[in-house]
Write a protein that binds this ligand. Sequence first.
Ligand code: NAD
Ligand code: 0WE
Length: 265
Amino acid sequence: MGFLVGKRVLIAGIASNRSIAFGIAQAMRREGAELALTYQNDRLRGRVEKIAKQLDSSIVVPCDVSTDEAIEACFDELGKHWDGLDSIVHSIAFAPKEQLEGSIVDNTTREGSIIAHDISSYSFLAMARYGRQLMQGRNGSLLTLSYLGAVAAVPNYNVMGMAKASLEAAVRLMAYDLGPEGTRVNAISAGPIRTLAAAGIGDFRKMLDHVEANAPLRRNVTIEEVGNMAAFLCSDLASGITGEITYVDAGYNIVGMSGYGNDEA
Ligand code: NAD
Ligand code: 0WE
C-alpha cells in the first residue's frame, strides 16, 4: 500500500507535463494520495484539466496567486469538495523576463523586484494563511520549491535569487509558526530542469551541461526524482522534519571547486 493513502493534497504550479509540480503529482498519486490541482489562468485550464484526469483528480480550481482574493476563493472552492486538507504544494515562481539577465545592480527594477517577491515568496505564505483552517488537526504539511540561487550567486538568476532567499526564510518562519498545531513546512531545492520556466532562459543548455560535468552524480535530476522527495516530505515518514531545505540536485550544491579535477575548465 502506498505511503500517502488517505492523504488529500492541493498542488499548485502545473503548467505542462514537464512541470516539477507534475512530477510531484504523479509520485503522490502513485503513493495513494487524492489530488486537487490549481491552474493560473484560462490559457492553462484545459491542459491542467486533462492532466487531472490522468491523475484521477476531479478537483481543478483556478488560483492566480497575484491577489489574496483569488487565493481565498481557491480555498473556498476546495472546501466545497473536501472537509480537510493534508498538504499544499507550492511550485510557483515568476519574475519579469528582462530581470533574469545581465547585471543585477544595473537591471533590477523596483517593480520587477516587487513582482518576483510577490509571486515567488509571499504567495506561499498567503496560501498557508487561507489553507490553515482546512489543515487543522491533521498533522499536515506545506511544501515549496527553491533553487541554489537563494544561497549562492548564480549568474543571471538575479532578483529571483533574492526572492528564493526570502522564500527559504519564509519556510523556517512558517515552520516555527505552524509547528505547535502539528503542521510541517519544508522546501526542496531542485537542480536545473528543462521546464516552461526554464524555456525562456538563455544558455540553459550550458547550465545543464555544467551540472552534468561537475555534480557528484555526473548528471542532472528529473521531475520524477523531485516528485519522490516531495511525496516523502508530505508523508508521515517525514513526521520529524520541518523548516528544512532539502537538495535534490545530484549533489551539485556540495561541490566547493567546480571543474577542478575534471576536463571542464
Ligand atoms: P513551470 O513553468 O512548469 O511551473 C511554474 C508555474 O508557476 C506554472 O505552472 C505557472 O502557471 C505558475 N505561476 C506563475 N505565476 C503564477 C501566478 N501569478 N499564479 C499562479 N501560478 C503562477 O516551471 P517549473 O520549473 O516546474 O517551476 C516550478 C517551481 O520550481 C518554481 O518555484 C521554480 O522556481 C522551481 N524550480 C525550478 C527549477 C528548474 O530548473 N526548472 C529548479 C529549481 C526550482
Ligand atoms: O526558478 C527558476 C526559474 C523561475 C522563472 C523563470 C521565468 C522564465 C519566464 C521565473 N520567472 C520567469 N519569467 C519568465 O518570463 N529556475 C530555478 C530555473 C532557472 O532560471 C534561471 C536559472 C535557472 C536554473 C535564470 C537564470 C539563471 C539560472
